[in-house]
Design a protein around this ligand. Sequence first.
Ligand code: MN3
Length: 199
Amino acid sequence: MSQVFTLPALPYADSALAPVISAQTIGFHYGKHHQAYVTNLNNLVKGKEYESMNLEQVIKASFGKDAPVFNNSAQVWNHTFYWNSLTPNKDLTKPSAKMAALIEKSFGSYENFKKEFHAAAVGQFGSGWAWLVAEGADKLKIVKTPNAETPLTGSDKALLTIDVWEHAYYLDFQNRRPDYVTTLIEQMLNWEFAEKNLA
Ligand code: MN3
């Protein structure tokens, strides 16, 4: 049976994150870039073994073996994960007591977590992603990945991500990647999503 990959709906209106992430950025980033990865993936998997797999299976099967399929499938997944990592709902931008305890245990303090996440996002040379991941059940870590790479191909569980490809911030922040990252970390991280991923 032939699998058709689809672009998941955005979890909020395209203007919901403005002015930090403008509707114009969402229009290009979600409407053009994310959609293009979906379209490319559907074209690339035609007639191949990937057609019988779900998205996560395609990412794992193509990693290190089939760059075009990996890049497009991982970018579909990473972007969906990114949209869900952000929220306009201020009630969700504070970690729960359980998550806060885990953050403190893993990073020493919430302030240190923010510093490490920021440093990874700013320090990723060129295009890529910064991630909060869980190693096992009770240790959190910050990692960064280049281009389309994703924690999904390893043993860490992804909890939150920030896209640091220039297309994520250039219309709103131009070259000021540090300001984009700071604003997301201070105002928009969806801790409810992070907690769901940890469960
Ligand atoms: Mn992107």
